[in-house]
Design a protein around this ligand. Sequence first.
Ligand code: SER
Length: 378
Amino acid sequence: MDSRHVVDTFLDFFTSRGHRRVTGTTLLPPPGDPVLFTTSGMHPLTPYLEGRPHPLGDRLVNVQRCLRTTDLDEVGDPTHLTVFEMLGSWSLGSYDGRQSLRWGHELLCDGFGVDPGLLHVTVFGGDGQVGPDTRSIDTWTSLGVPVELTGSENWWSNGPTGPCGPDSEVFVWTGDGPPTGTPTTDDRWMEVWNHVMMRYRRGSDGSLSPLSESTVDTGMGLERLLMVLQGKLSVFETDLLSGWVLPWDLPDPRPVVDHLRSGVVVIGDGVTPSNTGRGYVLRRLLRRTLTTLWREDPSHTLSDLPEPLVRGTLTHFGQTSDRVFEVLRDEERRFRSLMTRGRSLVSRYRGPLTEDDLRYLHETHGIPRDLVEVLRTS
Ligand code: SER
């Protein structure tokens, strides 16, 4: 099943069950939103999850591109990406979590052909404030799926205030041989789908007020699902990313693939590098990439990035920017001149650098810590 077929199967499953497709999938949240980038499919739907009627009705489905920087250090492992796509479904007061879980099971097993014996789920087991999510436990048990109870890992929120609630995460076994252990004891259980029962809104005083029992938000990572369905060992080997073959010989190309592909999408949504906000996230992605490339060979240049990779990525995400190479080249030029200045500054230090030295170089001269290391060893 290629990625297009997987996305279509997901959308068809939910549209044939009365869900309307939400379009508009940019990474940039609406003006006034304090978050820099859209981090999940539900993000743009927050007001509707809190009770405002949605113009398309009370059952929704979409494919949302998302950006998460919290996992930046994990990028390059088999399952984390900075920009990824989330397949999402929502009930805005139409049906409760039990229905969502049953449909989730049906789609995974009957629609996508996942072996039901390779599934495991986690469910909120309760804390001092809210009891265990017995409905989800009962639903999964009746479907024959093993359940592990956890605490805060199965409580979903998008920040200190706003909609939140117990969630149930669906894991697929990715190991060789029969499944062993549970999601929290064996990391070969890979999370693919999260169903959030958004039963509450948390106020600024920490209190919980109830939302509708039938507010459900689900999100499934497309690339991870593809990994399972295509029998690959990492998201980088799925048909969405396997075409990203870099022109440079690198010991581990995966973080560079992630950062460049993510950078292209961020630029495609209209962001340019800067020292604050979204532009800083983009700058970090590109400078981490350049630092890695130059560690191998200082003559590497982003101008050598094959154009079809950039064009293919923009097309996949429905973007039309013609500024990607210009932005990449401009940032590379700036970073190269910073490197030149940095090399002469760093060469003045003898012996190990102190925390104060590193802070001074970063805050006053814009030379990040990892670059200092490169400058001292190159
Ligand atoms: N909001 C949930 C998540 O991000 C499900 O969409 O996992």
